[in-house]
Design a protein around this ligand. Structure first.
Ligand SMILES: *[C@@H]1O[C@H](CO)[C@@H](O)[C@H](O)[C@H]1NC(C)=O
Ligand SMILES: *[C@@H]1O[C@H](CO)[C@@H](O)[C@H](O)[C@H]1NC(C)=O
Ligand SMILES: *[C@@H]1O[C@H](CO)[C@@H](O)[C@H](O)[C@H]1NC(C)=O
Ligand SMILES: *[C@@H]1O[C@H](CO)[C@@H](O)[C@H](O)[C@H]1NC(C)=O
Ligand SMILES: *[C@@H]1O[C@H](CO)[C@@H](O)[C@H](O)[C@H]1NC(C)=O
Length: 882
């Protein structure tokens, strides 16, 4: 009896506690709706006894706690009131053909697992996760037809989340920074979506073990540094994104067995800790721009490195010392992509961006001016012991100037202006020109309490040293400005009057270049090259219309364009057929060279554009065409023939430009494709050398053999054509051919000529044997009767003979050629002034002046009659003159 009453009491208690029976009715209506919206249904899904249906589990009160219809080939959709199954704990709908919107399951606090993977749902409700505080596993992968959705921030409500798989599920937008909310999250699978932006900072300290973020359509970006503090990681799939920067130190991530980083934009040197990961089985790194020594992994590791990284060598082992130092330098500024792309191989002197060398292969200049780098100044600069100029102005550098820089024995210029450097300014030898303006905190010590004080007034000795340094510096600057003044005067004398535009540019150069020859190369960064958008360039060239075509360059067609501000430009567009790696190399080589060489007689690069497959270079526009048009087809192009004076002045311009390339630029360059078509003319008929696509660094080896013979027939030096041997003397040869063309008005190769005359060089060299013969072959449009002309033509003819000597050693160098040619041009200086007059429209008056008037005018302007003969030439075109 006692036990019976006990049971009764129990029953009473249970009845009073259990929920009202109405909830049973609720689940039955939802289940009925569910059954009516799916097909084909399992055979026993009929009647109202839903707790007995296949796949359904109920609790003691007949409330549904689990629905499992996985892999059942079911179509249809889920009813919107599914969230009224208040006790629901698990939902398995994966691997069916369900479609339609996913219903909101908000506030189902008991729900632990949701499996919706491998279906065809159409949309994901934004409030799906709100109140799902029991959620443990969420799967929605492979629903590729979902309308794009982003991971809602209220996923953070799901503090018990352990697995979130949503690969291939149309996710867009950023990863919300909510990962500190998931102390149990182990699996984060979000591959094949369109998630963008950086890895969220709260990844740090998370417990994620399997991180799959690979193959985002546009790609995640930013660096992957946060991995180093995700110490639970075992599997990392970040391949096929846009991540940048170096691999982080993974010393504390000892569980990693699979590290997939291929197909990103990673740079930098691989840390030792990555090579030493104790459990590593698979690692892929291909298709990045990873630098430094080729990594070495344990023998059991499956490694994919690919061919397109920027390792210094094809085999493991340390890089060259200069390369190592420069990599440390790049490391301190977060290994910028532009450097990783350019700094290939194990020779820092092979046209590396921002690096210049002397002819012995020592790095002498590093120029990061206006590169927008952030980071610090690496003390490893001190290992570049031949460094003469270190240009770091106008970046976002922080930290202090390393003391070790004071040990650089050859340092002459240190420009750190306009950064955000702090700490003491090291005391440099007085011969070093230091520019540190525009660093508000430099020379200040930032105290632990946050206040700022000057750090260098600690010892009077240092002040004394500073005072001496300043005095010396001022003296040096005065001396230097005096010298550059004298030099400028000389130049002015040499070149006569300049148009104001040029004058301005020159003034800028002089300003920025400062004291000596050394700096000519580095000023290049002061004319910062602009990066143009493809849209702009399309617009200004009428969508690369044929009408805008100016000609063909080494690897593409050149179009004329005009920028909004009225600046005329020439746009060289790489042909798609050249889009090979070789073509790309030429493109990058040309940019690389152009950035390093700036000279009045070299066509200036204004900017460039890289967009998808498009590669374009933007040059200053040269309005008067090229020398080939002037020499060979001048009537056809509507020009009058060039006078001898104009020709020789063009020749001198070219010689000066090439001399600069050969020896005065910081590196020695060989043009390799000098010819009249590559000599462009400005409005004043001053010449500039163009087309640097084939330029070679002479340092690459004077006797390097090129697999491909570059250049143009008719201008190829014999040793180059026969053996591929390259030296600066091949440019001298080509220049000699150009001189012959200037004299004769004939092309270097002319099939229309009789056989013995078809090759200009051999024919003209035979002529040279008898000086009297020269008279007969001079271009008919030249007037050789005027005083002086014939003599100078003969001198130039003689010079062209030396230039085209068979033996490279017998050819003069460009400096010598400049010396020979410049007196001829110099002598005509009064003429030039005359020409300036002509430009101003005095021309017609001149013709009306009597001879004596003209002579008097010259005498008045120049005073000496010995200069007179040189004037003849400019008059020679006018019949009235004689
Ligand atoms: C994405 O999901 C669809 C099914 O929705 C599947 O056919 C496709 O193969 C998946 N793509 C990837 C890359 O897994
Ligand atoms: C690795 O862990 C140690 C100890 O917690 C810490 O001092 C060090 O900074 C960590 N290294 C990295 C690269 O996170
Ligand atoms: C490593 O990669 C190979 C092929 O890429 C794959 O078959 C293997 O399962 C991977 N091993 C691990 C542990 O990921
Ligand atoms: C300079 O080079 C030496 C030897 O190659 C190396 O030990 C040192 O760490 C380098 N200095 C810096 C600051 O990188
Ligand atoms: C420059 O550095 C100081 C500390 O060294 C910092 O407080 C300040 O925000 C920085 N300024 C800029 C513009 O980065």
């Amino acid at each position: 009896m006692a036990s019976l009453s006990l049971i009764l009491i129990f029953i009473l208690i249970i009845f009073s506690v259990s929920p009202p029976q109405t909830s049973l009715a609720d689940d039955s209506s939802v289940m009925a709706k569910l059954a009516s919206s799916l097909s084909p249904l399992p055979s026993d899904w009929k009647g109202t006894e839903y707790c007995t249906w296949t796949g359904i589990k109920c609790d003691a009160t007949n409330l549904v706690i689990s629905i499992d219809l996985s892999s059942s080939s079911i179509s249809g959709s889920l009813p919107p009131d599914l969230n009224r199954l208040s006790q629901l704990q698990t939902l398995f709908f994966q691997k069916n053909r369900l479609s339609g919107p996913i219903p909101s399951l908000a506030n189902l606090t008991s729900l632990r697992e949701i499996h919706l993977d491998d279906n065809d749902f159409s949309s994901f409700p934004p409030d799906f996760f709100s109140g799902l505080c029991g959620l443990h596993i969420m799967g929605i992968s492979n629903n590729m037809n979902l309308a794009p959705w982003s991971i809602p921030a209220d996923l953070a409500h799901c503090g018990n989340l352990a697995t979130f798989t949503a690969s291939n599920a149309s996710i867009i937008g950023l990863l919300p920074d909510i990962f500190s909310s998931f102390p149990s999250l182990q699996n984060l699978h979000l591959s094949y979506n369109n998630i963008t932006g950086p890895l969220p900072p709260t990844f740090a300290g998370s417990y994620i073990v399997y991180l799959w973020l690979n193959n985002q359509i546009k790609g995640l970006s930013g660096n992957i540094d946060v991995l180093s503090s995700m110490t639970q990681l075992s599997q990392i799939w970040l391949q096929a994104n846009q991540f940048t920067g170096p691999l982080p130190d993974l010393v504390n991530c000892t569980d990693i067995f699979d590290l997939q980083l291929r197909d990103n934009q990673l740079t930098g040197v691989i840390p030792k800790s990555v090579m030493n990961l104790p459990k590593l089985v698979n690692i892929s790194l291909q298709n990045n721009k990873i630098q430094g020594p080729m990594p070495v992994f344990g023998s059991k590791v499956k490694v994919e490195l690919g061919q397109t990284n920027s390792f210094c060598k094809d085999t493991p082992g340390p890089c060259d010392d200069q390369v190592t130092a420069l990599l440390s330098v790049a490391g301190a500024i977060e290994y910028p992509m532009q450097l990783a792309q350019s700094w290939q191989g194990n020779d820092a002197c092979s046209n590396w961006l921002s690096v210049n060398c002397d002819t012995e292969g020592h790095v002498t200049i590093v120029n990061f001016g206006k590169d927008r780098f952030s980071g610090t100044i690496s003390p490893a600069f001190a290992n570049l012991t031949f460094l003469r100029s270190l240009i770091l102005n106008d970046n976002n550098l922080t930290g202090s100037i390393p003391m070790s820089l004071t040990t650089l024995p050859h340092l002459q210029i240190l420009d750190v202006s306009n950064n955000n450097l702090s700490g003491p300014l090291p005391v440099f030898h007085s011969s070093v020109q230091v520019n540190s303006k525009g660093n508000a905190f430099l020379g200040m010590k930032i105290n632990p309490d946050g206040t700022v004080s000057t750090s260098w007034n600690e010892s009077a000795g240092i002040i004394a040293a500073l005072v001496i340094a300043v005095v010396l510096f001022v003296a040096v600057v005065l001396y230097i400005s005096y010298r550059s003044y004298v030099k400028k005067r000389k130049q002015e004398k040499f070149f006569g009057h300049f148009d104001p535009e040029k004058g301005r540019k020159m003034a800028k150069n002089v300003n920025n270049e400062g004291p000596n020859e050394l700096q000519r190369g580095q000023s290049s960064r002061d004319h910062i090259e602009e990066v143009f958008s493809i849209e702009t360039l399309r617009q200004v060239t009428n969508d690369f219309s044929n009408k805008n075509e100016l000609g063909k360059g080494g690897f593409g067609i050149v179009y004329k364009g005009e920028l909004q501000d009225g600046t005329k430009i020439a746009v060289k567009r790489m042909e798609s057929s050249m889009m090979s790696s070789k073509g790309m190399n030429e493109f990058h080589a040309e940019i690389g060279v152009l950035k390093k060489v700036r000279h009045r007689h070299l066509v200036a690069l204004l900017g460039y554009c890289m967009n998808g497959n498009e590669r374009l270079l933007v040059f200053e526009y040269m309005p008067q065409g090229n020398l080939a048009q002037r020499l060979f087809d001048c009537r056809q192009h509507g020009y009058s023939p060039l006078t001898w004076k104009q020709r020789i002045s063009i020749a001198l311009d070219v010689a000066r430009g090439v001399e600069y390339l050969h020896s005065l630029a910081q590196q020695s360059f060989i043009h390799r494709d000098l010819k009249p078509a590559n000599i462009l003319l400005g409005d004043d008929l001053r010449a500039k050398v163009a087309d640097f696509g084939l330029v070679k660094n002479a340092h690459d080896g004077n006797y390097s053999m090129d697999t491909r013979l570059a250049g143009t027939f008719g201008y190829l030096a014999p040793e180059y054509a026969n053996t591929g041997r390259v030296s600066t003397k091949i440019d001298v040869y080509a220049f000699g051919v150009i001189l012959m063309e200037i004299i004769t008005g004939r092309k270097s190769l002319d099939e229309k000529m009789p056989n013995e005359q078809a090759n200009l060089v051999s024919w003209f060299r035979r002529i040279l044997i008898n000086k009297e013969e020269i008279r007969k072959v001079i271009d008919e449009s030249l007037d050789i009767n005027c005083q002086g002309s014939y003599e100078s033509i003969c001198k130039v003819a003689e010079l062209s003979g030396y230039c085209t000597a068979r033996e490279p050693l017998q050819r003069p160098d460009m400096g010598h050629i400049v010396n020979v040619l410049s007196p001829f041009v110099d002598l005509w200086k009064p003429c030039e002034e005359k020409e300036e007059d002509e430009k101003e429209g005095v021309d017609s008056i001149d013709l009306d002046m009597s001879l004596s008037q003209i002579v008097q005018k010259w005498k008045a302007s120049e005073g000496t009659s010995s200069d007179m003969f040189s004037i003849d030439d400019s008059r020679s075109q006018s019949k009235d003159w004689r």
